[in-house]
Design a protein around this ligand. Structure first.
Ligand SMILES: [Mn+2]
Length: 254
């Protein structure tokens, strides 16, 4: 320890659905395997379906995962967490409990001489004005303070109900929402091309789209990169691994 690989996991949405505990246990078994060879573990967001960190109170659940994460951090594995649109209100909870770097926005990670552009993926490419506006409201400090004043039965009831409702609503409105929308309609790809046009990246690694995908992309200036969408742990139970100059997607096996 630490080892030689980077592991990427995303979108477990723990707390959603009846199989949440099973998903959490499966994710923990992957984290157990990581102990053997991980130098870095990157959580790409929406690991929790909803979270709100109060000053003195911790939301119930997810104890196995939190314990495993702390265990990896304590063993010297570098942990990164990119907040998603579902767990954007983790604030400093994880970083107060373990050695982990929290990211509110996409960031550049360097490893093994390679440059990674990494993020969750929501709100990129500015294709959805309504969502941009909502995101600003949710990320506003004052609104977060006001939300914290509401009774917890109300905030959690509201958020978890809305999360499920919004997921079903999106699928109903657009049944192909989780399919690749094309290079000119995928917000993350548009964002990556824009960034790639300014500086080179070896890899762009994101989540949020719930569909695993590996795709070479080229910026207008000719810079090329490999875009990898890790998929999710909600439906697919997949993850990505960087090792020895290769970034690959994997299905989790029991
Ligand atoms: Mn998301």
């Amino acid at each position: 320890m630490p080892g030689k690989k980077i592991y990427f996991v995303t979108d477990a949405h723990l707390g959603a659905g009846h199989d949440s505990m099973l998903r959490e246990k499966q994710l923990c078994s992957l984290l157990e395997q990581m102990k053997a060879d991980a130098a870095m573990v990157v959580f790409l967001g929406d690991i929790f379906d909803f979270w709100f960190t109060y000053k003195h109170v911790v939301p119930r659940g997810h104890i196995r995962l939190l314990g495993r994460m702390a265990e990896l951090a304590d063993a010297g594995v570098k942990l990164h967490f990119f907040i998603g649109n579902h767990d954007m209100w983790l604030f400093d909870y994880l970083s107060s409990q373990m050695d982990i770097t929290m990211h509110d926005d996409p960031a550049t990670l360097l490893f093994d001489g390679k440059k990674f552009l990494v993020g969750h993926g929501d709100g990129l490419g500015h294709l959805d004005r309504r969502y941009d506006c909502l995101r600003r409201i949710f990320r506003c400090r004052l609104n977060q303070r006001l939300f914290a004043l509401l009774p917890q039965w109300m905030t959690f009831g509201l958020a978890l109900g809305w999360s499920g409702h919004s997921r079903k609503g999106h699928i109903k409105k657009n049944p192909t929402i989780f399919e690749y929308q094309g290079d000119d309609r995928e917000g993350i790809v548009l964002y990556c091309k824009q960034r790639l046009n300014q500086e080179p990246f070896d890899y762009c690694v994101f989540g949020h789209r719930h569909t695993p995908l590996t795709r070479p992309i080229t910026a207008p200036n000719g810079n090329q990169t490999l875009y990898v969408n890790v998929g999710d742990w909600l439906i697919h139970r997949n993850y990505a691994v960087y090792s020895d100059g290769h970034l690959t997607l994997h299905d989790w096996q029991t």
